[in-house]
Design a protein around this ligand. Structure first.
Ligand code: AIR
Length: 176
């Protein structure tokens, strides 16, 4: 419950800072939030508002269908979907929308994310999911990739992404 409150507070404050949500960050369980948070952080840093939701393709299928089918009309431009175990969230999301869907396999099961990776990446031809790495790195890169997609048509986001890259490069020491 505490996790859910934190996630909705973060989503609300990102909305206030950055305007109408343009990227939806879906996760199969509130227990996924710690892994998915870097996606929200990356987008907030780049000035892109997010809408963070706990939606499970298995446990809350009606919530999933209602959210995803209305997302484009509400102004969402990219959907990030993270789930662990038999992770159908990204694939079913992609089947329900024409928006680009980025999948993050979460290492929450005894198979440490390998199950989620295969379930997310091995989509049949026709319904693509852009699958990122397992875990927090994948979540962070999903946020950055969503921003890069938005940056094609938004010079402010492109400039924010360029500044992020420059800061990242400057922060790498020449010697250990
Ligand atoms: N999950 C939830 N509904 C469908 C799936 N695949 C995933 C969540 C989470 C894992 O099951 O994404 O990574 C375990 O969830 P929980 O709620 O039992 O901690």
């Amino acid at each position: 419950m505490a996790v859910r409150k934190t996630s909705s507070r973060r989503a609300a404050s990102a909305r206030i800072r950055n305007g109408t949500p343009r990227v939806a960050i879906l996760m199969g369980s509130a227990s996924d939030w710690e892994v998915m948070k870097p996606a929200a952080d990356a987008l907030t840093e780049l000035g892109v508002a997010t809408d963070v939701r706990v939606i499970s393709a298995h446990r809350t299928p009606a919530r999933h269908h209602a959210y995803v089918t209305a997302a484009e009309e509400r102004g969402i431009e990219v959907i990030i979907a993270g789930a662990g175990a038999a992770a159908h969230l990204a694939g079913v999301t992609a089947a329900l929308t024409l928006l680009p869907v980025l999948g993050v396999p979460i290492d929450s099961s005894p198979l440490q994310g390998l199950d989620a990776l295969l379930a997310t990446v091995q989509m049949p031809g026709g319904i693509p999911v852009g699958t990122l790495a397992i875990g927090k790195s994948g979540a962070k890169n999903a946020g950055l990739l969503a921003a890069a997609i938005i940056a094609r048509k938004d010079p402010a986001v492109r400039a924010a992404l360029a500044r992020f890259r420059a800061r990242q490069t400057a922060a790498v020491p020449e010697r250990p």
